[in-house]
Design a protein around this ligand. Structure first.
Ligand code: SAM
Ligand code: CA
Length: 220
């Protein structure tokens, strides 16, 4: 028994996945293709994706915003968990990576639910606000360039309805947030973002040690 969050050793992590992960073959194929093509590991982990799908189902979210889509893993997890008439607005700047996402959305049969905006996310968010979308989103997921997290947060708070849920990824940043010698701009922005939320009375807050740290903030 433990009254603090466990450290997940590799064997315990393996066990967690063995007894809880139900990753569809299509999702696994997307992870393999992404790793092969980019060599990068920018995707969320499969257990985090499954948890985010559960959150979509739990909240009944039908209008979701994603900032940072890449090859589509997180968008796929959320889109497949929404009702058929749900809408997912995706923001990214990479035609190349989102080209892979589009292929998988089609294969999964969710392409009709997704609107991709290929532009800097701050521009897309400003456009959504100008078009009258304030307080219309049920959920928002922030996972693009870390330097802009504080700005994405403020825009998302305006776009979410009261009771809407904000998710922000990588908020433990491989532990770099507590490395005093790390003066990297992304690390500094995540630290600033975390403190901003801690002091913000407009939200109910939780930071989960899943994946690279996932912050949940419920707009009051
Ligand atoms: N959520 C994705 C997943 O789990 O599969 C991963 C997203 S990846 C960490 C970050 C993405 O943000 C990249 O695809 C990158 O092109 C995009 N990005 C970077 N700067 C951006 C910006 N200013 N506006 C919109 N997207 C941006
Ligand atoms: Ca991420």
């Amino acid at each position: 028994m433990s009254n603090r969050t466990l450290t997940l050793t590799p064997p315990l992590y393996e066990y967690l996945c063995k007894v809880s992960l139900r990753e569809p073959k299509l999702f696994a194929r997307l992870r393999e293709e992404t790793l092969r093509d980019s060599g990068a590991t920018m995707q969320i982990s499969p257990e985090q994706g499954q948890f985010m799908g559960l959150l979509v189902e739990l909240t009944g979210a039908r209008n979701i915003l994603e900032i940072g889509t890449y090859t589509g893993y997180s968008s796929l997890c959320m889109a497949l968990a929404m009702p058929e008439d749900g809408r997912l607005v995706c923001c990214d700047i990479s035609e190349q990576w989102t080209g892979i996402a589009r292929r998988y959305w089609t294969e999964a049969g969710v392409e009709d639910r997704i609107r991709l905006h290929l532009a800097p996310a701050l521009e897309t968010l400003a456009k959504l606000l100008a078009q009258g979308s304030a307080a219309t989103f049920d959920m928002a997921f922030i996972d693009a360039d870390k330097e802009h997290y504080p700005e994405y947060y403020e825009a998302c708070l305006q776009l979410l309805r009261p009771g809407g849920l904000l998710l922000a990824d990588n908020t433990l940043w491989s532990g770099r947030v507590i490395d005093a010698a790390d003066a990297n701009a992304s690390t500094a922005a995540i630290r600033r973002f975390n403190l901003m939320l801690h002091d913000d009375a407009r939200i109910t807050l939780s930071l989960l040690p899943i994946g690279d740290g996932l912050t949940l903030a419920l707009k009051k």
